[in-house]
Ligand binder design. Structure first.
Ligand SMILES: [Zn+2]
Length: 286
């Protein structure tokens, strides 16, 4: 799964100072703009106005995820006069300098559920890439006490948007991110097993009186065999065993069955397409 992100990096130096950061947390915001058209692009363009001194790394609406800042650059999304003790302890004395910010759009002409799902996926993707758990998720509210995002911080907004109280709504969001993260973890723990692979080579064989002949070196080497030429033009060994060959235009051909036997392969013949198929026989590892 690849997350679709629209990159529209800010060029407004008042919102994008270019200061390098090493992220230690992910902060969730809302745009607080319920007006029609207040989607991700519109909010990004607002950040890019020369008079705006505010920004976030991502803005999410129902239609798309817009990246405004590289994750290793500082944004202005959690600045305040004072910070809560947990933020000072676990982030820094100026949490803008170590956090990634996501703005959630609530434009009236958008689909809140779709925006919410996009945010879950983006948050999970970020946590996954940094190797973080959901303990690295912060509401803006957790850092400064601001009512942001209101549907995760105040009960009336939470009821209106998600039909729960604020604490439940935030827990629900973190659960959603966690379950996506768990899904990634399971996908990366793939069982490894042996399987048969049919190798198709761009080589032309020869049919003589119903017996097929193959170019020895091309086939043997593709199958992992070791080809050696003994002294004399018509003495070839494959995996240390002699193989009778005929030379045509400088290429050694051998009967398919004899070559396959030395390579531990099975020979299958397809009459219709006049194709010889060599199938590597691997012992099953169970
Ligand atoms: Zn905020």
């Amino acid at each position: 799964m690849t997350l679709q992100i629209t990159e529209m990096l800010l060029t407004n130096p008042n919102a994008r100072p270019g200061t390098r950061i090493t992220p230690r947390g992910l902060v969730i915001h809302w745009t607080a703009n319920e007006g029609k058209g207040a989607n991700a692009i519109a909010n990004r363009n607002y950040f890019n106005r020369p008079t705006t001194v505010a920004s976030a790394h991502y803005i999410v609406c129902d239609k798309q995820i817009v990246r405004c800042l590289p994750e290793n650059e500082m944004g202005y999304h959690v600045g305040a006069q004072s910070y809560k003790p947990a933020a000072l302890e676990r982030l820094s004395s100026y949490p803008n300098n170590c956090t990634i910010g996501i703005e959630m759009c609530v434009n009236a002409d958008g689909d809140f559920r779709a925006m919410y799902r996009n945010t879950l996926e983006l948050a999970a993707d970020i946590l996954h890439r940094y190797g973080w758990g959901v303990d690295k998720l912060w509401r803006h509210y957790d850092i400064t006490g601001k009512n942001c995002p209101a549907f995760f911080a105040s009960d009336d907004y939470a009821q209106k948007y998600v039909g729960q109280n604020a604490a439940e709504a935030w827990e629900q969001f973190k659960k959603g991110v966690h379950s996506l993260l768990t899904g990634y973890a399971q996908k990366s723990q793939v069982d490894v097993d042996n399987c048969d692979i049919q190798v198709t080579l761009p080589v032309k064989g020869r049919l003589r009186a119903g017996v097929s002949y193959l170019p020895v070196r091309a086939v043997a080497e593709a199958a992992g065999g070791k080809v050696e030429w003994d002294a004399g033009p018509k003495k070839v060994t494959v995996n240390g065993k002699a193989l009778p060959v005929t030379i045509e235009n400088g290429t050694a051909y051998s009967a398919t069955r004899e070559l396959a036997a030395l390579l531990d392969m099975q020979v299958e013949w397809e009459q219709e397409s006049r194709t010889v198929r060599l199938v590597k026989t691997t012992p099953s590892s169970g």
